[in-house]
Design a protein around this ligand. Structure first.
Ligand code: ATP
Ligand code: MG
Length: 435
């Protein structure tokens, strides 16, 4: 026999045992976003390659080496989305969601694709939750985006494990001036820089700031600082943002080397980082990107947003041993054990009648046969409260034996037509005991 086919490297199945955790997180996210007045947007998973090239930038890791791009059947180059912002803005412009200068507050959730080296917290298909606000100026919009992420941490019980890092990249002019000053300084030390940084000196010099190389970091100690080159507007905006965060009691650390991987940011950039996940410690990153709409051919539209890596968030929950509250919404799950073919037929009818009478009831029929002992074992394993036994004798007398599996008294015989009443009585008892 040949080996069964396997999933693509770096692309994972989310199995039933994990999906309850996912749903719990997703539930919190969608509730939170409604509370803050955001609407959900769902964009296609593939877009024309040009969209990402233009928005993310040619000199970024993503466009240089991480995109899943291929030719469509008619030869057009299309790409599996590596992030959500470009698609979101494309949809906003295409559907005129920002006409008349109204604020558009959007959120999305879904799979993203990057050809990276798979490791803990880094995958080739991963999931992001993100939010974008269009037509809203900094720093108030920035403060609200940060406040809502802080609230999510609180609701999920991870606040103590994450830290907010902040920086301002200034206006695009200030950034260009800083870029020139940085290049000027680094060129004097060119031969001592690591290989990647030497290459970036011409393509994307700001990225050198977050080089992991010790020698490069040493050289950067005396490099000009971005925050010292801020234009007045950006400086004021940054001060106001800090004031808002102080007011809300949201702590932060200024990280002058925080530049983020993408080309399109200006002014505020931020990241939520954790020391609990090893090298993949950034759980969420965002900032302003006021120039992006024009870059995509739209009219000038101030914008800000963030994206959160859900796998990393779930890893963090796992590390901190945060488990969602029991998701079993039905306190009285049942398991029907039909002991012959005719009993199976009756079991189907009885169970569908019960589902009609009691929506929300968790009810399974054993569909894989077995003797009484064997079926009771399956019932027990299913975590049911009662096993409903149907054998020859029960069929003849139109009854079912209700056998308690968790020590709630004696087995009881119930007539078929009374079954819904019998179940609902017990359901009610369990529910009111719990209150
Ligand atoms: P990193 O520095 O870790 O590569 P990035 O700057 O490329 O991150 P962004 O493009 O800002 O990441 O994406 C936002 C978030 O999405 C990240 O902070 C991270 O939580 C998550 N993320 C990014 N790439 C991956 C990946 N390959 N696998 C899992 N999560 C990812
Ligand atoms: Mg990356």
């Amino acid at each position: 026999m040949s080996k069964p086919l396997q999933a693509i490297r770096g692309m994972n199945d989310i199995l039933p045992a994990q999906s309850a955790q996912w749903r719990w997180v997703e539930g919190h996210i969608s509730a939170l976003m409604s509370e803050y007045g955001f609407g959900q947007i769902r964009t296609p998973v593939v877009e024309v390659t040009e969209l990402f090239k233009r928005s993310i930038g040619d000199a970024t890791d993503i466009v240089e080496k991480e995109m899943y791009s291929f030719a469509d059947r008619n030869g057009d180059s299309i790409t599996l989305r590596p992030e959500g912002t470009a698609s979101c803005l494309r949809a906003v412009l295409e559907n005129a969601l920002v006409d008349n200068n109204q604020l558009a507050k959007l959120w999305y959730i879904g799979p993203m694709f990057r050809y990276e080296r798979p490791q803990k917290g880094r995958y080739r298909q991963f999931h992001q939750f993100g939010a974008e606000v269009f037509n809203g100026n900094g720093p108030d919009v920035d403060a609200e985006l940060i406040a809502l992420t802080a609230r999510l941490w609180q609701r999920l019980g991870v606040s103590d494990a994450v830290t907010l890092e902040l920086n301002s990249l200034g206006s695009s002019e200030a950034r260009a001036a800083y870029r020139a000053a940085l290049v000027d300084y680094l060129q004097k030390h060119q031969s001592d820089l690591d290989e990647d940084s030497q290459r970036r000196l011409t393509s994307n010099p700001l990225r050198i700031l977050d080089s992991k190389d010790a020698a490069t970091q040493q050289i950067l100690e005396n490099a000009p600082k971005l925050l010292d080159c801020l234009d007045d507007d950006s400086h004021r905006a940054f001060e106001t943002l800090k004031k808002r965060l102080d007011l809300l009691g949201i702590g932060y650390r200024i990280n002058p080397k925080l530049v983020r991987g993408l080309d399109y940011y200006n002014q505020t950039v931020f990241e939520w980082v954790t020391d609990q996940l090893g090298a993949q410690g950034t759980v969420c990153g965002g900032g302003r990107y006021d120039g992006l709409a024009q870059l995509l051919g739209g009219k000038a539209t101030p914008a800000a947003g963030f994206a959160m890596g859900l796998e990393r968030l779930l890893l963090l929950l796992e590390t901190l041993k945060v488990v969602p509250p029991d998701q079993l919404s039905c306190p009285l799950p049942l398991y029907i054990c039909p002991l012959n073919e005719q009993a199976t037929q009756v079991a189907f009818k009885l169970s569908e009648d019960l589902r009609s009478a009691l929506p929300g009831l968790h009810l399974q029929i054993n569909l894989s046969g077995g003797n009484v002992k064997n079926q009771l074992k399956k019932a027990d394993k299913s975590e049911a409260q009662y096993a409903l036994l149907l054998g020859e004798d029960e069929l003849a007398r139109q009854v079912v034996q209700c056998k308690p599996l968790r020590g709630q008294g004696e087995q009881q015989e119930v007539i078929w037509r009374d079954l819904a009443g019998w179940v609902s009585q017990r359901l009610f008892k369990v529910t009111s005991n719990e209150d």
